[in-house]
Design a protein. Structure first.
Length: 287
């Protein structure tokens, strides 16, 4: 492994947890008869799933000589205009990106299928500051076959809840803005429908498991502050997609129901689970 290529933040992660994970992923790949291994990585907002994906990709490349493509479900969000149309047609809450039903699942399936077959592929990008998909010219081109595809995201691998679980609101957002349950049932139906075909492509699933939803507000707030400082440092005006504290609290309320549900049911079926503490340290791994 050529350590000079690895940023310090990755080196610490690699030494503690991701070297063993890379070894396991490489073993899974070698055991697959043909085609790349498709690895799902699940983690709530702020857990470090993008860091995990990046560090794991570097470890697989440097230590195992494998080529890796990383895809984020965040880059599959519907365009802003498409979400506005969906909000007008189904429910106003669907204008906010994030929950199942606000991704272009067909695009995601086509990207994963192209990567799996070794065909040249353009991986889309989403600009969160603008709250819209990046121009096609800014997508990432993958021209050579890969050994491993890492597909990461907060709801990656999630399953639908039982219909009976949807009756009671979990927070003020659901109580006040989704009193009839139309929004949460649309989200759940999406998970039970199109997303099954997307997540069903995974060979293995890794989960970053925080101690509870109460940590997510602080962790997600740190991410938003970094985005805010990026523009302030450059002396540029803040785009509409950068949220203040009130906006952030409302934003994460969209994810509370599914986060609780994933923390309840996913650890029992994921292939690898990294248990985290409030400081975002990985304190235990389960396989």
């Amino acid at each position: 492994m050529r350590e000079e290529r690895l940023p310090p933040v990755f080196l610490e992660k690699l030494c503690d947890h991701y070297v063993p994970l890379a070894e396991q992923v490489a073993e899974w790949r070698r055991g697959k008869p043909a085609g790349p291994l498709l690895l799902g990585v699940n983690g709530a907002q702020g857990t470090g799933k993008s860091t995990l994906a990046g560090a794991l990709a570097l470890a697989l490349e440097e230590m195992h000589g494998m080529s890796v493509a990383v895809v984020s479900i965040d880059d599959l969000y519907l365009t802003k205009s498409d979400r506005e149309e969906l909000a007008a047609r189904v429910h106003p809450l669907l204008v906010t990106r994030g929950v199942p039903g606000t991704h272009d699942v067909a695009l995601g399936c086509s990207v994963l299928d192209a990567l799996s077959s070794g065909e040249p592929c353009a991986v889309p990008r989403f600009e969160k500051a603008r709250d819209d998909r990046a121009a096609r010219s800014d997508w990432t081109e993958v021209s050579e076959p890969v050994d491993v595809i890492i597909f990461e995201g907060w709801c990656v691998g999630a399953r639908a809840q039982d219909e009976s679980e949807l009756a009671e609101p979990v927070n003020a957002l659901e109580r006040d803005e989704d009193a009839d349950g139309v929004w949460r049932r649309y989200v759940n139906d999406a998970l039970a429908g199109p997303y099954v075909g997307l997540f069903g492509r995974f060979d293995r699933l890794v989960m970053l498991c925080p101690p509870g939803f109460e940590c997510i507000r602080d962790w997600r707030g740190e991410q938003e502050e970094k985005l805010r400082q990026k523009f302030l440092t450059k002396g540029e005006p803040l785009p509409d997609g950068v949220m203040d504290e009130a906006g952030l609290l409302r934003f994460i309320s969209h994810y509370e129901r599914m986060t609780h549900w994933m923390l309840e049911e996913m650890p029992g079926r994921a292939d690898v689970v990294f248990m985290m503490n409030r400081e975002r340290d990985i304190v235990e791994s389960r396989a």
